[in-house]
Design a protein around this ligand. Structure first.
Ligand code: PBG
Length: 337
């Protein structure tokens, strides 16, 4: 055969590495950690094998385990001692995340990013205080689980809460803040609040294109943040839309976001790729709890080889254009690199 083009030439073992276009490094990965003020022992999260809710007293040990694998950054999620309609424990000076931040930053070199949202702190589980007509227990009870109000969360009242949360996180030592509530104007108000308090050096990683996704199921068990009624479709994005994602990213760019996140990752690689092409900002992708649980469940059945599919998933997310990846596989994959 007289074949001019034989792409297989470059697939031979000793040359593959030289021509490989994408690589994965522990420094690209961010490990999510759940810190729980309601427990004194580590509590395994059933739907996320290998992950636990960690008490404040264990948080330094937990972060050290992560650092040992070569991963340098963690994303903190908090489970507070109590919840209320406004989510006031989210900005308490002695709040669970604030306490964990002080311990981690004084005892380790981890780069600590905080998830900035209210859903783990409100008793109704939504990402901010509710609109007037839904306030009060009786209103929520009346609305019931099937409640489909046209709006749920009071956008502008939530912004005021976010200001208080980010400044309390920054004071406690947060290296970066990551607002995840999909409120309009959240990045701008957070940038102003940080700058006003002398935290101009603290970057914002915006959950810029965050979809209303069924892949968050296991996380809501882990962080105890499921909405008590209705759903999040009035603030998170419609999975049907991609142009809207670019608009969201553009608005966050105008408001000063430093890193743009797309979430979830695997079912939304087209969005990761589009954001990469259209913007110069670093792009983050969140390989969410459902993506993790899915692979574990199949591996448990013996249908997939876990280490292989995990590494391939993360490599694919990078190939699509992500610079950094938030993933529950961070430690396992980093340890093998
Ligand atoms: C909080 C938040 C959620 C996740 C990250 N931050 C839950 C949600 O929006 O319902 C999901 C993460 C995951 O599934 O791994 N707003």
């Amino acid at each position: 055969m007289d074949l001019t083009h034989r792409p297989r030439r470059l697939r031979q073992d000793r040359v593959r590495g030289l021509v490989s276009e994408t690589s994965l490094a522990p420094a690209d990965l961010i490990a999510p950690v759940f810190v729980d003020a309601t427990t004194h022992e580590r509590v395994p999260i059933e739907s996320m094998p290998g992950h636990e809710r960690v008490p404040t007293g264990e948080i330094v040990a937990r972060v050290e385990e992560i650092l040992e694998t070569g991963v340098e950054a963690v994303m903190l999620f908090g489970i507070p001692t109590s919840k209320d309609p406004e989510g006031t424990r989210a900005w308490a000076d002695d709040g669970v995340v604030q306490e964990a931040l002080r311990r981690i930053t004084s005892e380790t070199d981890a780069y600590v990013i905080t998830d900035v949202c209210l859903c783990e702190y409100t008793d109704h589980g939504h990402c901010g205080p509710l609109e007037e007509e839904l306030r009060g227990e009786s209103a929520v009870a009346e609305a019931g689980p099937a409640c489909e109000p046209t709006t749920t969360v009071d956008n502008d009242a939530t912004l005021a809460a976010l200001e208080k949360i980010v400044t309390s996180h920054a004071r406690a030592g947060a290296d970066m803040v990551a607002p995840s509530g999909m409120m309009d104007g959240m990045v701008g108000i957070i940038r102003d609040a940080l700058d006003r308090e002398g935290f101009e050096h603290v970057p914002i990683m915006s959950y810029a294109a965050k979809y209303e996704s069924a892949f968050y199921g296991p996380f809501r068990d882990a962080a105890d943040g499921a909405p008590a009624f209705g759903n999040r479709r009035h603030y998170q994005m419609d999975p049907a839309n991609s142009r809207e994602a670019l608009r969201e990213v553009r608005l966050d760019a105008e408001q000063g976001a430093d890193v743009m996140m797309v979430k979830p990752a695997l079912p939304y690689l087209d969005i990761v790729s589009a954001v990469r092409r259209e913007f110069d900002h670093p792009v983050a992708a969140y390989n969410v709890s459902g993506e993790y649980a899915m692979l574990h469940a199949a591996a448990e059945k013996g249908w997939l080889e876990l280490e292989e599919v995990a590494a391939e998933s993360l490599l694919s997310i990078k190939r699509a254009g992500a610079d950094l990846i938030l993933t529950y596989f961070a430690e396992d994959v980093a340890a093998r690199l």
